[in-house]
Design a protein around this ligand. Structure first.
Ligand code: KG4
Ligand code: ZN
Length: 333
């Protein structure tokens, strides 16, 4: 829950992390997530208002994520938003979660986006490259064909026994690993492709590092002589190379050298360092939010909600578990 003034100044950004609840299961359990939303929503609202030093009556617009995501969580959030909106007589605007991730770098930098942009969202649920020309105008240049980048981090961390969420765990393990010890094939797909595929990489980790038993299934422990730290470092280096290469291709294909990156995976230190290097050498203007605004937060939702409401394009929430954007034909990217 967040309180944001004029869509720009973050007065409070309260994140109720469900990670400890999901950790024993190595991933998000939808039923637990739904229950947690119901129990947390009012205390989190109170906490955000208290931190911001305002009362609920001072709120003049409510923005809420209405898509994409777990249906039960979206229903809980939108029901609460409607209740506040109805009680206060203020408008309630629905926000797309992925589009909110894209505004986070600009909110953090305290500036408006300058369109057009090449934008990349890398999260637990999405790996999408867009040509963005407005707050609600995103055309897909490429997207994952299977697992999202964050999902690959989470799954690989799970098989390596590094814990959940996998991104920070892989990054930490990789610090004492050698990224060259194991070189995974980079899934660049065809030479022009702006799409992603991470499931083969996950399978490569599984079979290459754990070996294959007579039943065709991967073994339960790392092959002798292999270190989890080296596997983590090799995997992370592979993902960083792929994301860097696809962004370069997207900039070349569109001729747009303003690049914005958001989503939880954008917290990754080696990824941030690589993209900063590429931006410097290629002359891109690159914006990545600080880590607290990369992972899920409500400030980005409030910022996006205020932007679309002020432009007159805001609409009441319409819950949908999935989202889709128009896709550009590759030859006209
Ligand atoms: O955007 P986000 O908070 O939630 C979704 O919308 O999915 O992203 C969560 C994802 C998780 O898969 C997590 O493992 C990944 O972001 N993540 C990272 C790092 N921190 C979080 N991945 C790589 N390196 C990190 N440091
Ligand atoms: Zn997210």
């Amino acid at each position: 829950m967040a309180v944001v003034a004029e869509g720009r100044t973050v007065l409070a950004s309260t994140v109720w992390s469900q990670v400890p609840r999901h950790r024993p299961f190595g991933g998000v359990v939808p039923e637990i997530a739904a229950r947690e939303h119901v129990t947390a929503i009012v205390p989190v609202l109170d906490e955000a208002l208290e931190t911001a030093g305002i009362s609920v009556g001072d709120v003049d617009l409510v923005a809420v994520t209405d898509s994409p995501g777990l249906q039960a969580a979206l229903l809980c959030g939108t029901a609460a938003a409607h209740a506040v909106g109805l009680a206060l007589g203020v408008p309630v605007v629905g926000v797309n979660h992925v589009e909110a991730h894209l505004i986070a770098p600009f909110l953090a930098a305290g500036r408006d986006p300058e369109w057009p942009l090449v934008s990349l969202v890398v999260s637990g649920g999405h790996t999408h490259l867009f040509r963005s020309t407005g707050d609600l105008e995103h055309v897909v240049l490429g997207a994952t064909l299977d697992d999202a980048a964050g999902e690959a981090f989470d799954k690989v961390a799970k098989v390596l026994g590094l814990g959940y969420p996998g991104g920070p765990a892989i990054q930490a393990a990789a610090e004492s690993g050698d990224p060259g010890a194991l070189s995974f094939k980079r899934p660049y797909l065809s030479p022009e492709s702006l799409d992603f595929s991470f499931s083969g990489l996950k399978t490569a980790v599984l079979y290459h590092c754990f070996g294959q038993g007579l039943d065709g299934r991967a073994g339960e422990s790392l092959k002798p002589g292999l270190r989890a730290e080296d596997v983590a470092a090799g995997f992370q280096a592979c993902v960083v190379d792929v994301l860097d290469r696809k962004l370069r291709r997207a900039v070349d294909a569109t001729g747009i050298n303003r690049v914005a990156v958001g989503g939880g995976v954008a917290c990754n230190g080696p990824l941030r360092a690589r993209l900063a290097e590429t931006a410097a050498s290629e002359g891109w203007e690159l914006l990545i939010a600080p880590p607290a605004f990369c992972t899920d937060n409500a400030a980005m939702v409030a910022a996006q909600g205020t932007r679309v409401f002020s432009s007159g394009a805001g609409a009441p929430p319409k819950v949908s578990a999935r989202s889709s954007w128009p896709r550009i034909a590759s030859e006209s990217a």
